[in-house]
Design a protein around this ligand. Structure first.
Ligand code: PLP
Length: 418
């Protein structure tokens, strides 16, 4: 029972270095966040030792009386949070939640219609190397070339022509709200199920700051670690009629023993997501994204060929269009990395550059809002990013401004070690 530093100094050093990196830089990857200490405590707990195949009250192992309490709390809390009839909290990840959702709804060989990966969709929505593209026939919809938005009339025409069994609403890179009622009406018209993947915007929905897909969708999946700021994992919500099929498609369909330590941590995250503090934080997430989009819309940035896709954002991320900039996505990502801001390059729709380079950046505000950033700090971050992307900036002075923000808003204050 020796501490990690004694048993494995190499891995202990990795943990220290990663904590230092997270503390010393500004994390703006839109899919990342900082799980609260309480979530980390539950996740790093003795519950990792327990096998609990099955569901609460119906396990294939003895000794599940306490982990049952944790799973029931997670289920009850997430149902209340999203006003859902049914929840399965066992998926190990977002991708596994999605695999279980599809296998519960349709059969291999059936057709799915989701947003193209190149236009902001996710791998699990039909990419050819993913299970979704291998098991199912795939039809993909796109955004419009002039607006970069999904045109619901065109989607309806495509659905009528393709006749998919499942229509997928949801994205990894799209800066606007989706019209879930319109998605459902198209699904009903063509006899398809509507599956919404709210992995990115679930925290905003929980806070009541984004339209909810739950009333309109047959099944809703999500990750728990993005805007929701919980442990890295997935969850499925649905109408009650799909409950039995979803349960059997998670276990034994996709998974073996559930990660009970992660499920306990999900319960904690869902409790926090119902708090007033969480809502206030999500308000700062949205405000920050709007402030950054506004700064990147200004003349000095436009002159450098940099613009904001769709002209702004309704959510926690801003998509930067670099198609007319001298910088490609890789160079822009590296430049911001050099001053201490972490973002990811991202293909923009109709991107002329190859996928490893891209002509875009995806910039998100959830992690910095968790760190305490408000309007003033996001104004400063927006100006640092704008100055860097315009070109010719003094990188040392930008790095000094980043350092000041990182020092003024310590990560995990009062908790020096993990
Ligand atoms: N769905 C969407 C929309 C996502 O953006 C992601 C992750 O990026 C996932 C699913 C997959 O989640 P995970 O990485 O936990 O498998």
């Amino acid at each position: 029972n020796l501490p990690l530093a004694d048993v494995d100094p190499e891995i202990a050093a990795v943990l220290d270095q990663e904590l230092g990196r997270q503390r010393g830089t500004l994390e703006m990857i839109a899919s990342e966040n900082f799980a609260p200490r309480a979530v980390m405590e539950a996740q790093g707990s003795v519950l990792t030792n327990k096998y609990a195949e099955g569901y609460p009250g119906r396990r294939y192992y003895g000794g599940c009386e306490y982990v049952d309490i944790a799973e029931n709390l997670a289920i009850d809390r997430v149902k209340a949070l999203f006003d859902a009839e049914f929840a399965n909290v066992q998926p190990h990840s977002g991708a596994q939640a999605n695999a279980a959702a599809l296998s519960a709804l349709i059969n291999p060989g059936d057709k799915i219609l989701g947003l193209s990966l190149a236009h902001g969709g996710h791998l699990t929505h039909g990419m050819k190397l993913n299970f979704s593209g291998k098991l199912y026939q795939v039809a993909a919809y796109q955004v419009e070339e002039d607006t970069f938005r999904i045109d619901m009339d065109k989607l309806r025409e495509q659905a009528l022509a393709e006749r998919p069994q499942v229509i997928i609403a949801g994205w990894s890179a799209y800066p606007r709200h989706l019209d879930f009622a319109a998605f459902r009406s198209i699904a009903d018209e063509v006899g398809a199920y509507l599956w919404t993947d709210m992995a990115h915007f679930a925290g905003l929905v929980a806070a009541g700051l984004h339209p909810s897909p739950v009333p309109h969708s047959h099944v809703v999946t999500s990750t728990v670690h993005k805007t929701l700021a919980g442990p890295r994992s997935g969850v499925i919500l649905a109408k009650q009629e799909f409950g039995k099929k979803l349960n059997s498609n998670v276990f034994p369909g996709q998974q073996g023993g559930p990660l009970m330590h992660v499920i306990a941590a999900k319960a904690v995250a869902f409790k926090i997501a119902g708090s007033a503090e969480f809502k206030e934080r999500q308000e700062r997430v949205l405000e920050g994204a709007r402030i950054i989009a506004d700064r990147l819309n200004q003349q000095d940035v436009a002159e450098a060929g940099v613009s904001v896709l769709t002209g702004g954002t309704d959510v926690h991320l801003v998509l930067v269009d670099l198609r007319n900039s001298e910088l490609d996505g890789q160079q822009a990502e590296d430049l911001l990395h050099a001053v201490g801001i972490t973002v990811n390059r991202n293909a923009v729709p109709f991107d002329p550059r190859p996928p490893m380079v891209t002509s875009g950046l995806r910039i998100g505000t959830p992690a910095l809002a968790t760190r305490g950033f408000g309007a003033n700090e996001f104004t400063e971050v927006g100006d640092i990013i704008a100055t860097a992307l315009k070109g010719g900036a003094d990188l040392e002075s930008l790095q000094a401004r980043v350092d000041k923000l990182a020092n003024d808003f310590p990560l995990y204050p009062g908790h020096e070690e993990w």
